[in-house]
Design a protein around this ligand. Structure first.
Ligand code: NDP
Ligand code: GDR
Length: 344
């Protein structure tokens, strides 16, 4: 039986990855942070919370000693470092915390592997945010980086540390440059889930308007459940490497809003520009979307679109779910939750 250590088990990807690894017969150590109230709704949602092969361990990525003890306890064959302060918007307000968790946190795990067991394979959750102000379209593994947020800068540090430990100490460290991936388990602060949750509430008469920031930003959105499969494949490969996972399709935030309303039979007509832009529901004549500059970022990543050819060639990984299917799946889940008044 193989053993895996997954940091950030309470997050979106942590839940899907735990489900995948347990289904493959792994023993899984999943780490969570101490908080005043626990946050296990996602592992409950995927139905693994009572699996006897899942061991939940309290852990904070910012603590080096704790990282070493964690490695001694779990003696894992594979480590998946998913834990992070992962919200780009917050990283502008909390840049130092983001650097400690998202950047130096990865170094703590690499140091723990170096000290305790160099045979352990390591996956680093890198991100398309490292491309930031993009230098080429579409982006791939050798596209130059230009991060545009403290989050992107912190992730770039962790990415290069993974490469450096691979080259310096022969540690099997792979870095997955994953483009945005979404699901019904996405946190509600991220734009897709914020939209699908609001659309469900508007449809049910529980909300009048959805307030958003930059509608022109373009993202390459895929389905999270498929992306964790790619993470696993990276650690089964013959050699450690860096891989892009993406769909090679990009759409604006505005397009995603229109798709989400279409999923509940509402058509949106867009009027005005910039801060004065609004979205009106053709069927009811009501304004249902407006801009709130509070959601603008000090520096924006305008366009992301990834080329996943290398992952397909070497790992046999390919995205399957279309954006329309993904958006509908999220809206339907949010309709059910809002009918039940669920808190997540
Ligand atoms: P989430 O925000 O859903 O999950 C992040 C996880 O990290 C949570 O379990 C969180 O715990 C945990 N965490 C935060 N701070 C600490 C800390 N100091 N010590 C230990 N754990 C901590 O992210 P996703 O699941 O969406 O993403 C997984 C990883 O992939 C992240 O590193 C993210 O940056 C990266 N990524 C995500 C992409 C995406 O589109 N989803 C794309 C590319 C990269 P808690 O529940 O207590 O907050
Ligand atoms: P992102 O995701 O920054 O790409 O990071 P997010 O969904 O937060 O933003 C996507 C784009 O939408 C624009 N936007 C808004 N965003 C939010 N959150 N709220 C709004 O109201 C809003 N209005 C417009 C943003 O400006 C942005 O352009 C995600 C995270 O999961 C990271 O951890 C991960 O590394 C990257 O994806 C790839």
């Amino acid at each position: 039986m193989k053993t895996a250590l997954v940091t950030g088990i309470s997050g979106q990807d942590g839940a899907y990855l735990a489900e995948l690894l347990l289904s493959k017969g792994y023993k899984v150590y999943g780490t969570y942070r101490r908080t005043s109230s626990t946050n296990f709704w996602r592992i409950e949602d995927v139905g693994v919370q009572d699996n006897p092969n899942l061991h939940l361990v309290e852990y904070d990525l910012t603590d080096l000693g704790s990282s070493i003890r964690l490695m001694e306890l779990a003696q894992p064959d594979e480590v998946y470092n998913l834990a992070a302060q992962s919200f780009v918007g917050v990283s502008f307000d909390q840049p130092a915390t983001t650097a400690q968790i998202t950047g130096v946190g990865a170094l703590h795990l690499l140091e723990a592997i170096r000290a305790v067991s160099r045979k352990t394979r390591f996956y680093q959750a890198s991100t398309s945010e490292m491309f930031g102000k993009v230098q080429a379209v579409p982006q791939k593994e050798d596209t130059p980086f230009y991060p545009r947020s403290p989050y992107g800068v912190a992730k770039l540090y962790a990415h290069w540390m993974t490469v450096n430990y691979r080259e310096s100490y022969d540690i099997f460290g792979s870095s997955g440059i994953l483009f945005n991936h979404e699901s019904p388990l996405r946190g509600r602060e991220f734009v897709t889930r914020k939209i699908t949750d609001a659309v469900a509430k508007i449809k049910l008469g529980k909300l009048d308007r959805l307030e958003l920031g930059n509608l022109d930003a373009k993202r390459d959105w895929g389905f999270a459940k498929e992306y964790v499969e790619g993470m696993w494949r990276m650690l089964q490969a013959d050699e450690p490497d860096t891989f892009v996972l993406a769909t090679n399709r990009t759409e604006t935030v505005r397009d995603f809003v229109s798709l989400a309303f279409a999923a509940v039979g509402m058509t949106i007509e867009w009027k005005g520009k910039d801060e004065n832009e609004t979205g009106t529901c053709v069927e009811t004549g009501k304004i249902v979307v407006q801009i709130n500059p509070r959601f603008y970022r000090p520096a924006e990543v305008e366009l992301l679109i990834g080329n996943p050819e290398k992952a397909e060639k070497i790992l046999g990984w390919k995205p399957q779910t279309t954006l329309e299917e993904l958006c509908r799946m999220m809206v339907e889940a949010d309709l059910v939750r809002n009918e039940r008044n669920a808190s997540y």
